[in-house]
Design a protein. Structure first.
Ligand SMILES: Cc1ncc(COP(=O)(O)O)c(C=O)c1O
Length: 353
């Protein structure tokens, strides 16, 4: 163990005294993470370890040229005590897409799912209890870990998966929050890597997100980088809105991450008669929406209370409460995720105990 880590209990020791219903979205040490190495054209078997640091060559491509991508998904405890994953195959597929985009070897679906299951199973005691609203956040990561100096792909890679128990990303949970439209900073370019889950997109978003939070906003809403006319997404989540006609709409853009939560909400919105549509969403349409929200694994559904754009503030949650469609979709999604509702689409996978 490294000396700076103060939260670690270690396998076989008592779990820290965690206040499950009030967990932050932060890193807490758990018992195990799992690692694979890519060398000579193949991935090694996964190795469980309790070590939270990685030995890394100082000339690794992840450090210098951002050859890095990751995923984020959650494990939940159901009422009957099972531990389940939500749409893990979708995360496996998106990680392969991200790897391809920055010339890293793909993680085969079976290896991805197996490693995720193994690491969750090894940290079962850190899965927050059913009904607490918390979950076990799972962070798969692929990095170029070989030493290269010129700008070219690494010859060695590390795939690792760690987990940590979390509460909601926006600490108020399912409550409307205020967002501001960012016009002067782009997160990603249309022909770039905005649709891949690579670390550089998040580094690029910091100089917009940090000042917005200092001003009291939950986060920013980015516009398309080419025309500055259409909504892209928020810093950590996709954007959706409900129109006056009661339609669920969400931006179609080449520079946003294809959210698995949003994809699921589109299915649920269809079932609820909201006629969901992915299309370009002009920023000046915001005055006409009846509800708006952000969605993602971490954010779940975070209703948007207001959007500030230029000198206007468009308020959706006049009484401070989430709108009816956001509430209906939130309830439907979370009920499936924790096993309270039927799972007609086969989204949930139980981790054998
Ligand atoms: C930039 C960005 N957009 C959208 C999302 C939502 O994607 P998902 O629903 O797959 O978690 C995320 C991550 O959660 C994200 O980081």
């Amino acid at each position: 163990m490294t000396s700076f880590d103060t939260t670690f209990t270690g396998p076989g020791t008592d779990i820290p005294d965690l206040d499950w219903p009030n967990l932050a979205f932060g890193y807490l040490q758990t018992d195990y993470n799992i690692r694979h190495t890519w060398r000579d054209g193949r991935w090694s078997e996964g190795k469980l370890t309790s070590e939270p640091t990685i030995p890394l060559h100082i000339s690794s491509t992840c450090l210098h040229y951002g050859q890095e991508c990751f995923e984020g998904l959650k494990a939940y405890q159901t009422a009957s005590g099972d531990v389940v994953l939500f749409r893990v195959d979708e995360n496996a597929s998106r990680l392969r897409y991200s790897c391809r985009k920055i010339l890293m070897p793909e993680i085969p679906e079976e290896m991805f799912i197996e490693s995720v299951m193994q690491v969750v199973d090894a940290n079962r005691r850190f899965v927050p209890p059913y009904g607490t609203g918390a979950s076990l956040y799972i962070r798969p990561l692929v990095i170029g870990s070989g030493p290269i100096l010129g700008v070219r792909p690494s010859e060695e890679y590390t795939f690792l998966v760690f987990v940590t128990p979390v509460g909601p990303y926006f600490k108020t949970g399912f409550k409307p929050l205020d967002f501001i439209v960012e016009e002067d900073i782009d997160r990603a370019a249309p022909l770039g890597v905005g649709d891949a889950k690579v670390g550089g997109n998040y580094a690029a978003s910091l100089r917009a997100g940090v000042p917005a939070k200092k001003k009291g906003y939950a986060d920013v809403i980015y516009l398309d980088a080419r025309e500055k006319k259409y909504i892209d997404e928020s810093g950590p989540a996709n954007f959706f809105a409900i129109t006056k006609e009661g339609q669920y709409i969400t931006p179609d853009s080449p520079s946003i991450l294809l959210s698995i939560t949003n994809k699921s909400l589109i299915t649920l919105a269809g079932e609820k008669g909201l006629n969901p549509q992915r299309r370009r969403v002009a920023i000046d349409e915001i005055v006409d929406f009846t509800e708006a929200g952000c969605c993602g694994t971490a954010a779940v559904i975070t209703p948007i209370g207001s959007i500030t754009w230029k000198d206007k503030k468009i308020v959706y949650a006049k009484d401070g409460k989430p709108g009816p469609h956001c509430t209906e979709l939130y309830n439907a999604l979370t009920a499936i995720q924790v096993g309270d509702a039927a799972d007609p689409h086969g989204w949930v996978r139980t981790i054998p105990g």
